[in-house]
Design a protein around this ligand. Structure first.
Ligand SMILES: [Zn+2]
Length: 372
């Protein structure tokens, strides 16, 4: 989940929105305004719209505070946070490393729901102290924000990994057994069970007449199921790749191509003829970047004879390069984080080879066949 719209930085952490967030923002504003229209039609259209939008924005702020709490605990424990992305189902903090101890994991996870609970309780307390009449627009807003944040805290504490509650569960199992891998698997299994309950409940409610609300619950369940399955598989994957270095699986004899070649010639004489998926671009005897079918496809066909390979390549500066003795797991993390299919492998500025996702997959296949 990557941000598509950048909003700025808080404490050095990039804050962004995924397009799907607008869907939920619209849904919140619509449902709030229809709720206010039904309960207090006397407020008038202008007040109701303004109130719905303000409430929506404050909800957004409270989600952000929840994520910031996770991120700040991570950062203060030496785990760098790249960005916070808000999307249709809430927020995600992209924390670059896994927690190194059960205690850090516990606090990192628990502080999110705790923040939401504190925000919720504060809103309700202020509302009650000021009289609590929900016929007043300000009070209605406080009460809605209060309950939604308490709801958010409760939902996030459901022990289904990767929800916060699942992470808390993982931290507890980790602490009790001292086995980080086993704790992930246990938490992921519970996460799958929770996901199935959500899906079943959603379908039952849908056929019970709850309409779109039922489907929404089923959708959240499906999302959880995918996420917990992935984390389960990842543990096995990390195991299979333990001790393997980039140099063990990379392609050594990567074809090179001159940067001044035009794309038309490159496609006809190199790409199609060789069947290779990745070429190293050379400029004046030096490696300057990589070019793959991906870059070629982005170029307009008519422009191919007038564009050089250098124009469309991914320059070396933009690519994260690897060293031959880097662990393969770190390389795979880098590939998925930066959404790359290939990475050049350099040692002392000299090109040693290229690592691609395909290399990793064929390594895993060979391993699986040998074991079978
Ligand atoms: Zn959270």
């Amino acid at each position: 989940m990557r941000s598509q719209i950048k909003l700025g930085r808080i404490f050095g952490i990039e804050i962004g929105l995924h397009y799907s967030w607008f869907l939920i923002a619209l849904l919140i504003v619509f449902s709030l305004s229809s709720q206010f229209h039904a309960s207090n039609p006397a407020w008038g259209d202008g007040v109701i719209l303004g109130l719905s939008i303000t409430t929506g924005i404050l909800f957004f702020v409270s989600l952000l505070l929840h994520e910031l709490a996770h991120s700040l605990v991570a950062a203060s424990n030496g785990l760098p946070v790249r960005e916070i992305t808000l999307f249709a189902l809430g927020g995600v903090s992209q924390i670059e490393k896994n927690p190194t101890s059960a205690k850090i994991e516990f606090w990192m996870a628990f502080v999110g729901p705790l923040t939401s609970a504190v925000i919720g309780a504060t809103c309700l307390t202020i509302g009650a102290a000021l009289g609590g009449a929900s016929s007043n627009p300000g009070m209605a807003m406080l009460s809605w924000l209060g309950y939604i944040n308490l709801g958010l805290a409760a939902f996030n504490l459901i022990p289904g990994y990767p929800l916060d509650g699942g992470r808390v569960l993982r931290a507890i199992v980790w602490w009790k057994t001292g086995d980080a891998d086993r704790s992930t698997k246990t938490a992921a299994r519970v996460g799958q069970a929770v996901a199935f309950v959500f899906i079943a409940l959603g379908i039952l409610r849908y056929f019970g007449g709850a309409g779109i609300g039922g489907l929404w619950i089923a959708f959240i369940g499906w999302f959880l199921l995918q996420a917990s399955r992935e984390s389960y598989v990842q543990v096995d994957l990390v195991h299979a790749l333990q001790g393997v270095r980039v140099a063990d699986v990379m392609t050594h004899d990567c074809p090179t191509v001159e940067g001044w070649l035009n794309v038309q010639n490159f496609v006809e004489h190199e790409l199609l003829r060789s069947g290779q998926r990745c070429f190293i671009v050379m400029e004046q005897g030096k490696v300057s970047g990589l070019v793959t079918p991906q870059e070629v496809m982005r170029l307009d066909r008519a422009k191919m004879p007038f564009t050089t390979v250098s124009d469309i390549m991914r320059p070396l500066e933009d690519l994260r390069s690897l060293t031959p003795d880097a662990p393969l797991t770190a390389a795979m993390e880098a590939m998925s984080r930066y959404d790359l299919n290939q990475l050049p492998v350099l040692s002392d500025g000299h090109l040693e080879g290229v690592l691609s996702r395909a290399n990793v997959i064929s390594y895993l296949q060979t391993r699986a066949e040998l074991r079978a």
